[in-house]
Ligand binder design. Structure first.
Ligand SMILES: C[S@@+](CC[C@H](N)C(=O)[O-])C[C@H]1O[C@@H](n2cnc3c(N)ncnc32)[C@H](O)[C@@H]1O
Length: 251
């Protein structure tokens, strides 16, 4: 019998040339990259984030309906930047679980937040069915190997009428935004990060971020995959032609 993963019908993600030879290696590549750069993530993110900082994360969660008392699974929790805002709104450390494939990112999250954390992949969550009111995922959609498998897993762990909230930066549509974003995110931020941290891995991390942004799935593909995975009232709010917030409800 096919596993949940094998039944998925997502188009394969674009290869990020020069990093790995086939899409199946995406997960191990992401894990290695974030393991190597975990301690650089927070300082680099402060420089990189533009409008995607704490206030944007918190406002998106609030607008999607997150309230005290809700149970939340934060997939790809990283160092805990989105989980920190979840906590600010729900106020209960025991009501959020963070999942990430990188043990080094989880170690930083443990220091930052002291919430329950489990190592695992978005495409095969190590969690029971129907346990969450919200599943969140911040800036990691570009790294997953299979959109439909990821969304089906989110749906499985959500209770009926639960909410999936995704934050992502994706390829700008307008040429002017592309040029500005390419100059800032693609060149200036990697250079400044290298100078600020004095660590060449910071530049490599930021270059990879830019390349994943430019090769990311278009919003229509993401929304269709959410719909195909059983989400309803799917919407995408875009700001500055760059920051996208996807919301869907479990039917
Ligand atoms: C850019 S960080 C985002 C962290 C955090 N959500 C935030 O808002 O800052 C991306 C995270 O996704 C994790 N990741 C990448 N691919 C993953 C996958 N397939 N399953 C789970 N985590 C994954 C990485 O280890 C990394 O910690």
């Amino acid at each position: 019998m096919a596993t949940r993963h094998e039944r998925s019908v997502s188009p394969p993600p674009a290869l990020i040339t020069g990093y790995y030879a086939d899409p199946a290696a995406r997960l191990s590549h992401a894990r290695d990259l974030f393991n190597r750069t975990a301690r650089l993530y927070d300082p680099v993110n402060r420089l990189f984030s533009l409008g995607s900082g704490a206030w944007y994360r918190r406002r998106s969660l609030r607008q999607a309906g997150l309230r005290p008392g809700f149970r939340v699974v934060d997939v790809a929790v990283g160092t805990g930047l989105l989980a920190h805002e979840v906590l600010a709104l729900t106020g209960d450390r025991r009501a959020i679980i963070g999942i990430d494939v990188s043990e080094a990112m989880l170690a930083v999250a443990q220091k930052n937040l002291r919430i329950p954390l489990v190592q695992g992949a978005a495409e095969a969550l190590p969690l029971a069915d129907d346990i969450a009111d919200f599943v969140t995922m911040g800036y990691a959609l570009r790294h997953v190997a299979d959109l439909v498998a990821t969304f089906r897993e989110a749906r499985r762990v959500l209770r009926p009428k639960g909410t999936l909230l995704l934050l992502e930066i994706s390829t700008p549509r307008r040429w002017l935004t592309r040029i500005l974003a390419s100059g800032y995110i693609g060149s200036l931020v990697p250079l400044l990060s290298r100078l600020m941290t004095r660590d060449p891995r910071a530049r490599a991390l930021l270059r990879y971020h830019w390349e994943t942004i430019m090769s990311s799935a278009p919003p229509e593909t993401i929304m269709q995959a959410m719909h195909d995975s059983g989400f309803r009232d799917v919407e995408c709010r875009t700001e500055l032609d760059l920051f996208r917030c996807y919301i869907g409800r479990k039917a």
